[in-house]
Design a protein around this ligand. Sequence first.
Ligand SMILES: [Zn+2]
Length: 155
Amino acid sequence: MSNRIDIRILLIGSLLPDIIDKPVGHIFFRDTFSNGRIFCHTLLFLIIITLAGFYLYRSRHKTWLLVLSFGTFTHLIFDQMWRTPRILLWPLYGFAFEKFEKIDLIHWTGNIFYALYTDPVVYVPELIGGVILVWFVSVLVRRRKLYSFIRNGRV
Ligand SMILES: [Zn+2]
């Protein structure tokens, strides 16, 4: 079990930067950051969890943290973080993250939905991710393995 890839952990890893950075940057420390892409969208974060993952694998033969870091890596790819090197390479360009205009949650959500319909930089990766997710769930349903996947992360 410990050497198998838990797809649930991969899914969490693929969302991890947003799961942490969005609430931290937009809600809990809104006045400080006012940005939803901060620490967990950096190469430094990816390197730290990957190194910790290698350590955990070598010392206890557990793969979950490496799987989590690979999911995080895919998130940074689909977020196209190379387009914002000040965040990706933080803190090489300085410790401060770029601040954006503060907007309330309703406008922020509205802007995301607007970008999903109008901005190919946003909708192309989201569409690819959505198609992969729909395909994956449909395969699980056809093979009658959705419940066992939810329970143990195996396909
Ligand atoms: Zn993100």
